[in-house]
Design a protein around this ligand. Structure first.
Ligand SMILES: Cc1ncc(COP(=O)(O)O)c(C=O)c1O
Length: 387
């Protein structure tokens, strides 16, 4: 009976990050604090609004974009983020946030005949489902050592042990969920092994502009791997660095494709057409204005740097206040980068129930939710909940 199929349908648990976000929204306590979903907020806890975007006009044109997105957007994207790639050496497609760039990458890798991808452990939880649903098996390499809250000593060894022609996934900067990136010596070592093993890279860039001192800093991994000559699929998101979240804009760029650019392009067009038909316009018109106007582009980068410096300042204060309370596991928070730190020691249920502080069960803290106004309250709650 066909109804049985409906009744026996697999039941999936609610997404851990969106579930915490929903509960936060439903909580009526005034003093609640959102340290969960990866968004950047202002002092009042509302989504950050870029001052440099205040006078941008919204385009009223609602005609369809080409299947793979706005050519001007892609041109300006390459100029700003991939200046080290000669013209014609990158194939890009506009995507629905960084998430769809991830999904399209999985689909393209599948079409290229790959069966498996290696992600760091831990990784953004959605990576695992996206690539599984895209048709690839997913394995994880020991990336992070929670005892010392740094890169695991085993990581390079595990990369060394990968079979030839494997796909290695890395976060470009501000690793989600740990805030711990490879240092330059570790990156050089990965690249060296990558050349020997002919690795293909899936690089996920969701936090560019929010980690180092400049876009150039944050794109270092992409530049160095590009120069090594190995194939790259780069997923880029504008959600956090332009505060566009719900407008959903990202880009997938493929590089070092050995002269197969036209085929890559036709495959990506086919994959987009057979899933979402064509790219969406609203956010791409907006981002195109930012990237094509030198004055706004500069102001945007200055504002990003101010946000990044504020995140670092809050990390330092948070870390020092935890240590002052004898909480030693907070020490490394000040040496990490980007939006997140992973603190599994936190009693997330108690913090939520007794103090209205929302953190996903794995203890991934969004540092952007910490403010001068709530820091003492948060630290006090952490101390009381761990007694
Ligand atoms: C590592 C990583 N990749 C991709 C994404 C997806 O971003 P978007 O919201 O643009 O789809 C995120 C968002 O949290 C992320 O953390």
């Amino acid at each position: 009976m066909s109804l049985e199929r409906f009744q026996k349908l697999e039941d999936y648990p609610e997404d851990p990050i969106f579930s915490v976000y929903r509960k936060f929204e439903e909580d009526e306590r005034k003093e609640k604090v959102n340290l969960g979903i990866g968004v950047i907020t202002n002092e009042e806890g509302e989504l950050y609004a870029f001052k440099c975007f205040e006078n941008l006009l919204l385009n009223k044109n609602n005609s369809y974009l080409p299947i793979s997105g706005d050519n001007d957007l892609k041109k300006h994207f390459a100029k700003v983020f991939l200046p080290f790639v000669p013209a014609g050496q990158v194939v890009s497609v506009q995507t629905v946030g960084g998430t769809y760039a991830n999904y399209l990458s999985a689909k393209l890798l599948k079409k290229l005949g790959f069966g498996k991808i290696y992600f760091p452990k831990p990784t953004w939880s959605n990576h695992l489902s996206l690539f599984k649903e895209g048709g690839l098996a997913v394995e994880q390499l020991e990336y992070y050592d929670d005892d010392v809250k740094k890169i695991s000593e085993n990581f390079l060894l595990e990369v060394k042990n990968l079979p030839e022609n494997s796909i290695l996934a890395l976060d470009v900067c501000g690793h989600n969920p740990t805030g711990v990136d490879l240092n330059s010596a570790e990156l050089e070592e990965v690249i060296k092994i990558g050349k020997e093993k002919k690795l293909v890279y899936f690089l996920d860039a969701a936090y560019v502009g929010l980690v180092g001192e400049s876009i150039e800093d944050d794109m270092t991994m992409v530049k160095k791997i590009y120069e090594s000559g190995n194939p790259i699929l780069l997923s880029f998101s504008f959600s956090k660095n332009m505060s566009l979240y719900g407008h959903r804009l990202g880009i997938l760029s493929v590089m070092n494709f050995g002269g197969a650019g036209e085929r890559i392009k036709s495959n990506l067009d086919y994959l987009v057409r057979s899933s979402i038909s064509s790219a969406s316009r609203f956010a791409s018109d907006f981002v195109c204005q930012v990237l094509s106007d030198e004055k706004i582009l500069n102001l945007w980068q200055e504002e990003l740097l101010r946000i990044r410096n504020y995140l670092l300042k809050m990390r330092k204060e948070f870390s020092q206040k935890l240590q002052a309370q004898g909480i030693d596991w907070g020490r490394e928070v000040q040496n990490q980068n980007g939006l997140f730190s992973l603190l599994p020691e936190l009693k997330t249920e108690e913090l939520q129930k007794n103090f209205g502080i929302y953190i996903p069960p794995n203890g991934r803290v969004n540092v952007s939710g910490l403010k001068e106004s709530n820091l003492d309250v948060v630290v006090k709650a952490i101390v009381e909940s761990s007694l």
